[in-house]
Ligand binder design. Sequence first.
Ligand code: PAF
Length: 279
Amino acid sequence: MQVFTDPGDLSAWSDVQRVHGQRVGLVPTMGALHDGHLALIDETRRHADVVVVTIFVNPLQFNRPDDFATYPRPIDDDLARCEAQGVDAVYAPLANTMYPEGFQTHVVPGPLADVLEGAERPGHFRGVTTVVAKLFNAARPHVAVFGQKDFQQLAVIRRMTTDLDMPIEIVGLPTVREPDGLALSSRNRRLTPEQRVAAVCVPRSLQAVRDAYLAGERHNDALVRIGRATVDAEPLARFEHLELVHPDTLRPADPVERGTVAVTAVWFDEVRLIDNLVI
Ligand code: PAF
């Protein structure tokens, strides 16, 4: 497995793969790899001949310095997992390689990035699109695979690649879950054992929305109330938002119909978990 820290070295490697007729697949990550990431790597292998994983905790997409500072960075463990998963190349640049002194150009997404996560975390998606565009330029992939847990991120990245004529196929992989339903996330490892047990209220609230929909409820407000009640009943959880949105526009769906996405964010002390479920 090759490990690169310089974008030029990665591009040169990728060009050689392309010259040899290899399809290059990319899995952008912020490290702290878990089984959800391994599923992304396996999926990428189905779409490409060689797989590149990027590991970079992107300061531009954090709006809380404490969240950035405490984000887990187990790089040795991550590299070992990539190696064991048969990854061909890892790109793990330093922050001042990604954003050297004088850096000042950003990719600014449109209105899709202003709602939901974007409304709660101003500037977040500008940070995501900027770093993903840079990762695409460095890795020059034919295909890139992202998790559907970050539903809005996937929508914003698809929009960016279309709008900027990036010749890259974007693949979304369904969320990988623990046996009790909690979506896998690098943030889960920051939960205390009690919070981890309590966190099951997040997928349960989405399931409650889906069940109520299947039982005939179609009103957006009523379904939100039902989902929220599951979170509010959990003393360790702090509800942030639950919205039922159209999958393409991310605008509220009312009445709720098949294909509507329930999107939520819930806090456990300082840890913020997100999840979503297609109704
Ligand atoms: O989903 C993530 O881990 C990050 O937002 C990404 C896409 C790697 C960009 O930093």
